[in-house]
Each structure stands twice: as C-alpha cells, then as structure tokens.
Design a protein around this ligand. Structure first.
Ligand code: MLT
Length: 407
C-alpha cells in the first residue's frame, strides 16, 4: 500500500495565491467582460531592462553555435554571476560575502521553502505573523508542526507583528532554533533598522540559532540608513542565511533567477553538539536536487550589474515605488491607516473590517483584486495587502474606482 506523507493532510486546502486565483476565476465566470485590475500577487508587469535583453540575445546566439554552446552549467551558478553578486550586492556595501558562498537558483520561494530540509524535524521554528505562507507550509510538510487550529499551526512559535511594534517582531519569550525574518517585509512592507536586526543576530549567536533572512525586496529600499543585507550586521555571517531574487528587482518573475548566501562560517549542530558547515550541506542538497539556472538567464542576471543595468533597475523599481506612494496616499486620504509602500512595493492597509469581506467588497464594487491579510496569518486579520506591481494607468484607475466604492 502506497502511503502518503500524513503532514500534507494538515495543510489548508490550497496555497493562498492559488486560492485567490480560484476565487477570481469563479467571479469572472459569473461576470464575463468585467475588467479586473490585479493588485493581489506581487507579479511584475514592466518589460525586462534593456541591458538584460541584450545579454539574453547574446547568450542565445552563443547557444546557436557549436563553438560557444553550453550544456549543463555548475549547479551553484556560473562564476561570472556569483562574482558580480558578491562584489556589487555585498562587498561594495561593506558586507563580507565571497562568490563561493553564493548559490544561484531559480527562485527565493523554492530556496526559502527547501532550506528547512537540512535541519532536524524536532527543532523549534519561529515565524512572523503575518508571514509569507511558504515558510509555514514547508515546515508543515516536513512534520515540524501540529494541526491547524484557531488560525495557527500548533508547535510553531508565532512572532506577532502589529501596529504596536511597527510590524517588527520582538525576540521570542521561549528559545527557538530557526527564525524566519523578511525585510522589507512581505506582506506588510515594514522595514527593520540595523539596531533592531542586531538584536536578532545577538539572539541567534547566544542561542546557537539560525536566521533565515529573506531580502527579496531589498532593491526597493531608498532610505540609506536601512540595512540591505543582514551581513551588514557584525557577527551575522555565523548565524544567518540570506535569500535574494531578481524577480522583483529586475522583473524576472517569468525568467526565474535568484540566489541564496550561505557563509562558510555559518554552522548548525549534530545532536552531540558538533558544529557542521551549513554551506556543505546546502551544496550537497543543491547539487543533488538542482541542475542550475539556464545560461542565457544567468547572463541576463549578470547584466543587472552593468552601469546601464543598474540604472535601468533603479528606474524600474522607482516606477513601482511611485505606484506604491500613490496607493498609500489614496488609502490614507480615505482615512485608512497604512504601512509600507515607502521602501517596499507592498502597502498594508488596516481595513477595520474582516479581510476577506473587504477583499470581496473591492472585487465586487471596484473590480480590484487585493490579498486579504488574514491569508498571511492571524495577525493579518483586518488588513489587506496591495501590490504596486502594475502600470501607473491601472493604479490610477484602480484608486479612482476604490474611492467611488468606499466613499
Ligand atoms: C507575493 O505576492 O507575495 C509574491 O509574489 C509571492 C512570491 O514571490 O512567491
């Protein structure tokens, strides 16, 4: 008899964004022809930077000639890309990260989901609430949680993020071994200061814990005082893994390219307390289960680090930030308290009502799709998340319709 992993039965029926897509499809069947503006899932809408397109064309031409054709590449990513990442994203900002500590992959979603595989099942895991659902669901699948009850999984430590703590979690009251942090935050758009991050690094060092730091949205930081990488904090190299992505930075959601930094000195421990280099374990996993990102896509990602590429990425992220400011202002003018949208493409709106009811209201009255905050956790109840990834004309139209719907 073939038996299933019973932990899958603990999961809620579907992944949040799949659930929203299903509801939207059902709505559209009933209202054919109604124009819907999607501000739910954070999917980019603007064309790739020209520097990336040129690099892609060049790489495709190389693949067309026997003399320059490439087959399997290194699973960890080509050196040309890893070196550029180490230099521009880290060393230039005073963070010590070497090329051989970088693992190129197809997505931060996959990496943040897969990394937990290399840790014991009986560790104590802390996640923020509200939270990007991937962190939670992958730990459920791995059997680290109990059942889902009262909007939470048993055995997980939830770090509450709310208006009182400015959506930055406080250190847990009980010891935890694995901590997920995400800044600029998905879904709230909140940011963390270097001093606040230092508290977490010190905590992890003291408890021999590990921080999984998701920095997929760092390209949206405009406030120079904010850290872009956890490695800007002294001592973080021993206790933190960082995840980055080209998806939101350079419009790669359809291209697929991201990377994970696992510093050589970052350790986890055997049951006897013997330290083991996490980089070796992640390398083992990566080389066994992953065959690398395609050569043309890695060349396109490399182009992000040219002078033109950097300017084009800046223009792209500025564009979305302009949308974000517009959305935030529109909701503020309507009397709703908002977070995010300043160093982040997400705006977190306090609806003072049920999240899903507000979702339905926006869909039915304004033809706008948002993400209900409750889908990100118990503390998300009452909020919605709006994504600024759209064309400005659509954002303007959406805000006009929302104004008419809500006034
Ligand atoms: C989101 O909307 O939260 C993101 O697009 C999801 C993701 O990057 O996987």
């Amino acid at each position: 008899m073939i038996r299933i992993n019973h932990n899958y039965l603990k999961l809620r029926a579907s992944y949040l964004f799949a659930d929203i897509a299903r509801r939207l499809e059902a709505y559209q069947v009933q209202h054919p022809g109604k124009e819907i503006i999607r501000m739910g899932i954070g999917d980019v809408t603007r064309a790739l930077p020209a520097a990336c397109i040129d690099a892609l064309h060049g790489a495709v031409d190389e693949m067309a000639r026997d003399s320059t054709f490439r087959g399997y590449g290194p699973e960890q990513g080509y050196r040309f890309l890893r070196e550029k990442i180490a230099q521009h994203d880290f060393k230039d900002r005073g963070a010590q990260v070497e090329a051989d500590e970088i693992f190129v992959s197809d997505s931060a979603k996959c990496d943040t989901g897969n990394i937990q595989e290399i840790f014991a099942t009986d560790i104590r895991v802390a996640v923020p609430d509200p939270v990007y659902p991937v962190y939670v669901d992958t730990n459920v699948m791995a059997g680290r949680t109990g059942v889902f009850q009262d909007a939470r999984y048993q055995n997980l430590v939830y770090l509450e993020c709310n208006a009182e703590n400015h959506f930055v979690p406080q250190l847990p009251a009980e010891p935890v071994n694995l901590i997920y942090l995400c800044f600029p935050n998905n879904p709230t758009g909140a940011t963390i200061t270097k001093e606040q991050l230092r508290l977490w690094v010190d905590y992890a060092r003291h408890h021999k814990a590990l921080i999984l730091y998701d920095a997929a949205y760092e390209a949206f930081i405009r406030d120079d005082r904010l850290p872009r990488s956890i490695y800007e904090v002294e001592g973080a190299r021993d206790v933190a893994i960082e995840f980055r992505s080209f998806s939101k930075t350079a419009g790669f959601t359809g291209m697929r390219c991201a990377f994970t930094v696992v510093p050589a000195s970052c350790k986890a421990y055997t049951a006897e307390g013997k330290p083991v280099a996490i980089r070796d374990l992640w390398n083992r996993r990566h080389t066994t289960k992953f065959n690398g990102v395609s050569y043309p896509v890695q060349r396109a990602a490399e182009a992000v680090y040219t002078a033109e590429g950097m300017a084009q990425v800046k223009a792209l992220t500025d564009y979305y930030l302009h949308n974000a400011a517009f959305i935030r202002q529109a909701f503020t003018d309507l009397g709703y308290a908002c977070v995010g949208g300043e160093n982040s493409p997400y705006i977190w709106v306090n609806t003072r009502s049920d999240s899903w009811a507000f979702f339905d209201r926006l869909l039915e009255k304004a033809g706008v799709v948002c993400t209900p905050g409750a889908g990100f956790g118990k503390c998300g109840q009452g909020y919605i998340r709006l994504s600024a990834f759209n064309n400005f004309e659509n954002v303007q139209k959406a805000m006009d319709r929302i104004r008419s719907a809500l006034i």
